[in-house]
Design a protein around this ligand. Structure first.
Ligand code: HEC
Length: 613
């Protein structure tokens, strides 16, 4: 094995860019410095966009300077920014956007709650964590309103996040919202009725996951903590009532590892899925590709100590094809875990899905569902659905150049959490929706054997099914997309499928509506996760529309355009954008919708209730 690339990687950890105070700036000088840096370090890719490389014009028009700083300092471009100092990163952000990044324009605790909060007591009608329950059904049985009420939903209040894009998903526990998702790396606890701020916590880097609230440890004295994860592979626990830090753990030493999927809390352990940005870094032919391997880490919820780690790919790195620069591609690598795991307490296992492989070396852990023992981390089974899906950014098919795998795979894999369906009188089913657009039904009692599979759309690297369906009773509600990131165009639909057979029950295409921001990048694609309540299903689209559908027929019951500008309760205005990722949750008669995404910017959290009351 050639050790050189591994050494290079460990050196990179040492020169990670640090961020501190921001000195006064001359925008002209910064911009011309940024222009030179861009030509030298960025133009080769961003002036020749393909695949998921965003064109420069897109970065310049839809990104806030803070987001460019976040991408370079801790996000997908951190490898490309290796060796750049704080001022150089700022210079690039200024050149690209024409604006200075402000560390955080908003007072994070503007609109602080004045009344002393009632003590924080979780309830059975909360929405806690990503899928609301261990099985990840995304079904709210006690929403506090009926399907008949939905046509009367009106906007109640709007909260503006810092930055111009949102990830994550708001959760509501004991009457309080917990949410991160903004590029400023700030996690908020808000009052669910008024949107006033109880506390905010500044994380080390971008927090992309939803929050899960629960006891930090065993026993009656265990504190209630808010757990979440983010860039630089961090997992955090803070006091849920006050935001006071409890612990922070870096769960993976790989310099490009990060946490995107929401951790699961079960029986005193926090299970954190680990993903990476190495497939973007590998677009640079000189990047020593690849060494990251997807894994799920079990932490002691009381201390953040690592208890076990389950890796998608095992065994030593092997040398692959020789590159033009005289180095070998290393692998196997990849199989990032970027969705929240699923807990199966009855069988004592957790299920977690993986993304594509980064290299052509043979392995069986990518594009797979893995089952690990909850207590020991021992692998129970792995079901790989596609074996030859090697993909990294910036490559064209069958081009043995740089780090490009040959053959180049379609970049499928599992962005959605598996959903465990247990119904009396029916065999158990583990639903696994893939970016390929195929919905798999696996048998959790037979090593994940495929019971049936159904292609709902011809998917691609942007995700035919991306962030996840919802399950109610005998049906699963799946949002599907045909989305092109570069053009920002594409159609979407919501489908209902029978869980026993995979039969399509109904399919409602997203209606074509004008976008507030004009016809450019106006897409109907439905990438965001789906949310269900009795009689109705919520799903958003990239044109900023949030809709409620009747679960029996797929008829649209209610629709709202979140793509506008709104006065925010915490001051100034919030802008809506595409609805992506976590989308929406419904708790205590209120629907909370997050609007704005890296694909179509926005920074709004909207609360809707019957007649806006
Ligand atoms: C080797 C090719 C390559 C180079 C060089 C490169 N990029 Fe990128 N860039 C990419 C790819 C690929 C993506 C998409 C990553 C993804 O979404 O996985 C991207 C995404 C981005 C994004 C969007 C990030 C986000 O948060 O969505 C920004 C901003 C960006 N690059 C800025 C830069 C800047 C500034 C430079 C120069 C310092 C640079 N890039 C150099 C390939 C490159």
């Amino acid at each position: 094995m050639n050790l050189k690339p591994v050494l290079t990687l460990s050196l990179l950890i040492g020169c990670a860019t640090a961020f501190g105070a921001t000195p006064p700036d001359d925008i002209q000088a910064l911009s011309s410095r940024g222009r030179a840096l861009y030509a030298e370090r960025c133009a080769a890719c961003h002036d020749h966009p393909q695949g998921r490389i965003p064109p420069r014009i897109l970065i310049s028009t839809v990104r806030a300077p803070e987001d460019i700083v976040a991408a370079l300092a801790s996000g997908v471009m951190r490898q490309q920014a290796t060796g750049l100092g704080e001022q150089e990163i700022r210079a690039l952000a200024v050149f690209l956007t024409g604006r200075l990044p402000l560390a955080d324009q908003r007072d994070p605790n503007a609109n602080a709650c004045v009344a002393k909060p009632a003590s924080l007591i979780p309830g059975s009608a909360d929405w806690n964590g990503w899928g609301r329950d261990p099985a990840n059904t995304r079904f709210q049985p006690l929403p506090g309103l009926t399907a008949g009420d939905l046509p009367r939903l009106k906007l109640k209040w709007v909260f503006a996040y810092p930055g111009s894009r949102v990830y994550g998903q708001p959760v509501v526990v004991g009457g309080r919202i917990f949410v991160g998702g903004n590029s400023a790396g700030r996690v908020f606890s808000l009052d669910a009725r008024t949107g006033c701020t109880y506390w905010s916590y500044q994380a080390e880097a971008y927090v992309r996951t939803a929050v899960v609230v629960g006891p930090a440890g065993a026993g009656p004295d265990a504190r209630l903590a808010a757990f979440f994860g983010g860039d630089r592979a961090m997992a955090y626990a803070v006091d849920a009532a006050t935001g006071a830090p409890l612990w922070a753990t870096r769960v993976d030493e790989h310099p490009l590892a990060h946490v995107l999927g929401t951790p699961k809390l079960h029986d005193g352990r926090l299970y954190v899925p680990v993903s990476s940005t190495e497939s973007s870094a590998a677009a640079d032919p000189d990047y020593p590709c690849c060494s990251f391997r997807g894994n799920v880490v079990a932490l002691d919820a009381a201390t953040g100590r690592v208890l076990w780690r389950g890796a998608a790919i095992e065994g030593p790195l092997q040398s692959g094809r020789l590159k033009e620069n005289g180095e070998h591609i290393l692998g196997p690598a990849g199989a990032a875990m970027f969705a929240s795991p699923t807990i199966d307490a009855k069988r004592g296992v957790l299920y977690v899905g993986t993304g594509n492989s980064y290299t052509s070396q043979r392995e069986s852990g990518s594009d797979a569902i893995h089952a690990f023992d909850l207590v020991t981390g021992r692998r129970q089974w792995t079901r790989q659905v596609l074996a030859t899906d090697a993909w990294v950014g910036g490559c064209e098919a069958n081009e043995p150049r740089g780090n490009c795998p040959v053959p180049l795979g379609p970049d499928f894999g599992f962005g959605s959490s598996p959903i465990l369906v247990e119904r009396a009188g029916h065999p158990s089913v583990l639903l696994a929706p893939s970016k390929s657009g195929v919905l798999y039904a696996l048998d959790p009692d037979a090593g994940g054997r495929v019971l049936w599979q159904r292609e709902l759309i011809r998917g691609d690297l942007n995700g035919g099914i991306l962030w996840g369906p919802a399950v109610v009773g005998d049906r699963v509600f799946v949002a599907t997309s045909k989305y092109d990131y570069v053009s920002g165009k594409g159609a979407g639909a919501l489908a209902a499928v029978a869980i026993d057979t995979g039969r399509l029950l109904w399919r409602t295409p997203a209606p074509v509506r004008p976008c507030t921001w004009g016809n450019e990048r106006c897409a109907q694609a439905q990438l965001a996760a789906v949310t269900a309540m009795p009689g109705a299903v919520f799903a958003g689209s990239m044109d900023g529309r949030i809709r409620a559908y009747a679960s029996d027929t797929g008829r649209i019951l209610w629709e709202f355009n979140t793509g506008d500008r709104f006065d925010a309760v915490n001051g100034g205005q919030a802008s809506g954008g595409g609805i992506d990722y976590g989308g929406q949750v419904v708790v205590d008669g209120t629907l909370f919708v997050q609007s704005g995404s890296g694909r179509q910017p926005g920074n709004a959290l909207l609360a809707f209730s019957v007649d806006g009351r």
